[in-house]
Design a protein around this ligand. Sequence first.
Ligand SMILES: *[C@@H]1O[C@H](CO)[C@@H](O)[C@H](O)[C@H]1NC(C)=O
Ligand SMILES: *[C@@H]1O[C@H](CO)[C@@H](O)[C@H](O)[C@H]1NC(C)=O
Ligand SMILES: *[C@@H]1O[C@H](CO)[C@@H](O)[C@H](O)[C@H]1NC(C)=O
Ligand SMILES: *[C@@H]1O[C@H](CO)[C@@H](O)[C@H](O)[C@H]1NC(C)=O
Length: 414
Amino acid sequence: MLIHHVPVVAALLAATGVAALPKKTQQSMGKHRVTSIELGPRPYYLVDNMEEGWLKDRLDSSASRTRGGARLQFPEETVESIMAGTRMGAGIQECDVAFTKDRQFVCRHDQCDLHTTTNIVATELGAKCTKPFAPAANGTAASAKCCTSDLTLAEFKTLCGKMDGFNASATTPEAFLHGTPGWRTDLYATCGTVLAHKEFIALVDGLGLDFTPELKAPAVPMPFEGGDYTFEAYAQQLVDEYRGAGIDFARVYPQSFQFAAVQYWLRREPEFARQAVLLDESGDKGGLEAAVANLTLYKDAGVNIVAPPLPYLVTLDDKTGEIVPSSYAREAKRLGLKIITWSLERSGPIAAIHKAGQKGSPDYYYSTFFNATTRDGDIYQLVDVLARQVGVMGIFSDWSATVTYYANCMGFLS
Ligand SMILES: *[C@@H]1O[C@H](CO)[C@@H](O)[C@H](O)[C@H]1NC(C)=O
Ligand SMILES: *[C@@H]1O[C@H](CO)[C@@H](O)[C@H](O)[C@H]1NC(C)=O
Ligand SMILES: *[C@@H]1O[C@H](CO)[C@@H](O)[C@H](O)[C@H]1NC(C)=O
Ligand SMILES: *[C@@H]1O[C@H](CO)[C@@H](O)[C@H](O)[C@H]1NC(C)=O
């Protein structure tokens, strides 16, 4: 059993690419700077892999205008993944925000994923985990549960970021660290530099890019440790960190799956909430029609941007079998809600996804349209429908160059 995520960087259609590389970034910004955008080989691979047609011709014709470079895959929420995403033209960078024992903010995909995204179980800090490493034995999988709230910020900073995954048959903590699927790589997972949220702000500000912090659902009862650290105090702290750093809120797209967090910002920090992004996975449990019905509630509450996963936004046309906007996409548009979606290129090679879907176990991100995606190049059919028919303002992508290339080519970078 393996679980995995890769670096999430938001490549917003309106804010990516060579043309959008901010002037500030082109000057020396100290240690972390990017002077040119490099898309690497993957977009060309995808275009070559497309079915013949006008979209392929159009994307092909841009090939000579874009500079090459090489990017592979990096441990998520680290300095290295942010730099890789920046080099591939991402305009907005994500930090998933979770708190430490001393109530400092750090970037982690989940409050309790340190056992799969860092080397913690193989360090002395493993003893501080909510559930320390337990080896596989007698048919029971190896396990551990390690949360940012188990550690102080100083302790967290000693960890190395790695590719998300674990080895369920591990009998030693070292073996537990291995679980990266074959289509990812450990080549750059030598010791990813983990980040405090304040460091993330300084890094991304220095690069001249925008921010999309996600306030994660607390994985411990709030108030934390029975004190004064309530959910509201947690939500306020996010606002305070941007205000404290002197960041213009126009550069911040705060997100949360927690409607309560967005409601709090709308009520107490309306300027911060103007670009708040309500992440919506309510259709997973309630069904897509219920999620569609709920859009009115969000609109009436003052939400301007919703962010559902890819499968909510598209469906297959009954007659042609082609990818088309879903009822969710049409209703969000009708209400005037802006849409961001997640996450492109989080899944493995498409042929395997197509096959798994036909066998009745579809990949989450392709669950509503796997029949129309049979090869890797079909990713651009999906991106094209999202950009031109659904009208998304951005796409969270685990490989930003794919979206940057499309946006450059199709003129989304004015
Ligand atoms: C596994 O089973 C054996 C035999 O029943 C027992 O002696 C041993 O303690 C078990 N190990 C663990 C880790 O539960
Ligand atoms: C997983 O753990 C088992 C037991 O420690 C080990 O034999 C195996 O090589 C490990 N797999 C990987 C990919 O490290
Ligand atoms: C609608 O939104 C509310 C607030 O987030 C949530 O509690 C409820 O579960 C949602 N309903 C459905 C059917 O998704
Ligand atoms: C996918 O296509 C198969 C036939 O190839 C069909 O039986 C199935 O209903 C389709 N599934 C979806 C979700 O469209």
